[in-house]
Design a protein around this ligand. Structure first.
Ligand code: CP
Length: 353
């Protein structure tokens, strides 16, 4: 990928630019008609998703042999990635790290801002500019909403822009989690996501995974969504408005059992108490939003159970061995689809296909 300066087409400062509708700033995060910085689930079109599914399938197949794995690992052996995780992570970090290694990339990491010069007062902007001095890609997770976008915006205005992948920013977006979720639905439903009824359960107000997955539903026909949550943690209005604008029907309920038998897929989430301002999670009874072993007989034989993980109590571990529980496969899918995304970002997808 050529490293050229991408002009800030809006010619605006960050605060004004950040407030723009996504439609008006999408092309700032693209280059040559392709995504350059993957920051929002809304960037992922049906055509791109289908292509990434295909690349991921090819990667898993090709790397089964040493010859194939060596070939794939030669494709980006000249590239380096920085994994900057200023918020805890197990599977997003490890799946991205291993995705980079599958493609032969060298990796550096900061997993805790207290080990970077940010503790000496270095600004976030200077920190990420420093990363860009050494690497060709930044994969970042940060507690602040909009942080990945800020990084991409900043670097795109320097003479060393490098792609930025959002591995989770605040409560707002986790686009590559949505990517692995939709890849899992695609694999489990053998390519037929259209017409499915998806139930999303839990702390929907503060769950960035359900927000990003809801955005991806724009790519499918006759999808419907049931949002199941305590009244304190209902899905935010901006997502409901997005669904309305895309003619995607949804319901909202606190009665989990009422929607279980209708579901084609149930997407469980944990309470996001890391976002509590004053212990509000402790005031909510979350137990009506648990999936228990006895619920297995209430769901369709074809219904699948997903969870972005980590879980606490919201799915009983006794459910794990049921063939409809696909969350362990889901997290492994993350490594392959993230490798596919990186391959696409660096324009090597045709060599894989
Ligand atoms: N699903 C997810 O983002 O998990 P981690 O926090 O472990 O990365």
């Amino acid at each position: 990928m050529e490293k050229t300066i991408i002009k800030n087409k809006s010619n605006q400062n960050w605060e004004d630019f950040f407030k723009l509708d996504l439609d008006r700033k999408m092309d700032f995060y693209e280059k040559d008609g392709k995504i350059y910085d993957c920051l929002f689930a809304q960037q992922l079109s049906k055509e791109l998703l289908e292509s990434l599914f295909d690349i991921a399938d090819k990667l898993r197949k090709t790397t089964k042999t040493k010859e194939g794995a060596d070939f794939i690992a030669s494709l980006l052996s000249h590239k380096k990635a920085m994994l900057y995780f200023a918020q805890p992570s197990t599977r997003t970090f490890l799946s991205f790290l291993n995705a980079c290694h599958i493609l032969g990339m060298k990796t550096s990491e900061i997993r805790d801002s207290s080990t970077s010069s940010e503790v000496k007062g270095e600004s976030h902007d200077d920190t990420v500019r420093t990363f860009s001095s050494y690497v060709d890609l930044i994969i970042m997770r940060h507690p602040a909403p909009g942080s990945a976008e800020r990084t991409a915006w900043l670097l795109n205005n320097t003479n060393r822009p490098i792609p930025v992948l959002n591995a989770g920013s605040g409560k707002d977006q986790h686009p590559t989690q949505a990517l692995l979720d939709i890849y899992t639905l695609h694999r489990q439903f053998k390519g037929h996501i259209d017409g499915k009824r998806i139930v999303m359960v839990g702390d929907l107000k503060r769950g960035r995974t359900v927000r990003s997955l809801s955005y991806l539903m724009k790519n499918y026909k006759n999808i419907s969504i049931d949002f199941v949550s305590p009244k304190e943690f209902k899905m935010e209005q901006d997502i409901l408005d997005f669904l309305k604008a895309h003619n995607i029907p949804y319901t909202e309920t606190e009665d989990f059992a009422s929607v279980m038998p209708k579901a084609d897929a149930i997407y469980m989430t944990r309470i996001q108490d890391e976002h509590d301002a004053s212990g509000e999670s402790k005031k909510v009874d979350y137990s009506p939003f648990y999936f228990k072993e006895e619920h297995l007989k209430m769901i369709k034989s074809s219904c699948i159970l997903l969870h972005p993980l980590p879980r606490r109590f919201e799915i009983d571990a006794k459910v794990d061995n049921d063939e409809r529980a696909v969350y362990w496969r889901q997290e492994r899918n993350g490594m392959w689809i993230r490798a596919a995304l990186i391959a696409y970002i660096f324009g090597i997808e045709n060599k894989i296909k």
